[in-house]
Design a protein around this ligand. Structure first.
Ligand code: SF4
Length: 414
């Protein structure tokens, strides 16, 4: 690779690593007519950097020039960093080249804002269009939409990209005004709503006409920066719940603010709030797969997630009046609320009890975290939680959790 291009790649891949929304679930673009590559339901290969961020090998910015000055961003105009930009053709060639060499399975493309939203989005779309039309590229493409761009460009972007996303960045407009003064939530909601309409319309068209072109089959997602502004986890989760419900987002990504710059508009953090970020992902998971509402996970008395324990355990400890759950009689929804019981095990329990009473030995074989579940279930042989206070249960569970599991945080789930 020419050294000039390599230098660009180094700068623009490094600047892109702060965007965490790079998973590719939900798209199934098939290779046909001798094209190049496939995007499968499993999504692209991705890896994690030391700080826990998900990065794909070709996760780049088109440019790190930016006319905006968002305090949390390394590419903000007032930051003294080396600037560069790919041409559309350079990026297309690079993607195809990397794909052919098996380095990547897709492209995650974002950008700083050159000139204005349309000017930048038009170039992002052109990269995707050239890949799809000239190179018959069937790999995964995730494009960032620049807030405030025109609906025509969004419509075009959806024809070539698997997933589109517009970043909300901060949980409230008030924080945006302070930290990213050129942005507003309205600029983000307009394209988000437009995307939602197009995606719904495309689904209907596909039902009627099998050959109708795909439109963003992987749906849309967004990213919220956590820790750069004072909002509580409760505010963030309520926002996410509304994004899933009203805008029908596939995913909300939480990006623990990385203190890479010093700016009087943001708090001084010693390290990225990664545990908080993980807890938010767990809470998000509870809302998407366990039927929890944001208000069940956090309330005005408990506006922030407990960093010591996962949100499902925290919910159970705050609501001991709903436990123990009788495993042989309770509804599936209630079984799902038992700490230590995941979706698969809850389904297995419901299935198994059709054939007779489920016993401790049975559920131990179902992959349940019994050491945690035993405080919350009503089964002969399990510990009935009435004998313990919430603090005692929490202490016992923390004491019995191996050190490595405590460190890896997500291991504490379900
Ligand atoms: S608009 Fe995007 S790239 Fe530009 S400063 Fe803000 S977050 Fe950074």
């Amino acid at each position: 690779m020419q050294s000039k291009l390599f230098e660009k790649l180094k700068i623009l891949a490094d600047a892109a690593k702060y965007d965490v929304s790079c998973a590719s679930s939900g798209s199934n673009r098939k290779n046909h007519n001798g094209g190049l590559g496939n995007a499968s339901q499993m999504g692209i290969c991705h890896s994690y950097t030391e700080d826990g961020r998900c990065v794909s090998l070709l996760k780049v910015l088109l440019t790190n020039y930016c006319i905006y000055d968002c305090a949390y961003c390394i590419s903000r105009k007032s930051n003294d960093v080396k600037r560069t930009a790919f041409t559309v053709n350079e990026l297309v060639e690079l993607t195809v080249n990397f794909y052919r060499r098996n380095y990547i399975e897709g492209l995650f493309l974002s950008s700083g804002i050159f000139k204005n939203a349309d000017y930048t989005t038009e170039r992002l779309v052109r990269v995707a269009k050239l890949l799809r039309t000239e190179h018959k590229f069937n790999g995964y493409i995730h494009l960032k939409i620049i807030p405030d761009c025109s609906p025509e460009l969004i419509k075009e972007a959806g024809l070539y990209a698997d997933r589109l996303s517009v970043n909300l960045e901060l949980p409230t407009d008030k924080s945006l005004k302070k930290i990213a003064p050129e942005k507003s939530h309205q600029q983000v909601y307009l394209p988000m709503n437009h995307l939602k309409e197009e995606i719904i319309q495309n689904r209907e068209e596909k039902k009627l006409f099998k050959k109708a072109p795909l439109f963003a089959p992987g749906g849309q997602s967004t990213q919220i920066v956590v820790g750069a502004s004072p909002e509580s986890d409760q505010t963030i989760l309520q926002l996410s719940a509304s994004l899933y419900q009203k805008q029908q987002l596939r995913r909300v990504y939480y990006s623990g603010y990385i203190p890479i710059t010093t700016d009087h508009r943001i708090p001084t953090l010693k390290a990225p709030p990664l545990i908080r970020e993980n807890r938010l992902y767990q809470a998000d998971w509870l809302m998407r797969f366990y039927g929890f509402s944001a208000n069940e996970i956090l309330d005005n008395q408990h506006p922030n997630l407990d960093l010591q324990i996962d949100p499902k355990l925290a919910f159970a400890l705050r609501n001991l009046q709903h436990f123990p759950v009788n495993i042989n009689k309770a509804s599936y929804e209630m079984i799902l609320r038992v700490p230590g019981i995941g979706v698969k095990s809850a389904q297995m329990i419901v299935k198994a009890r059709r054939h007779g009473n489920v016993k401790v030995d049975h559920i131990k074989k179902m992959g349940i975290a019994f050491n945690r579940a035993k405080y919350f279930i009503d089964l002969p042989g399990a510990i009935i939680q009435q004998d313990y206070t919430a603090n005692q249960i929490k202490g016992n569970i923390l004491a019995s959790t191996p050190k490595f599991a405590k460190q890896s945080q997500l291991a504490l789930f379900p």
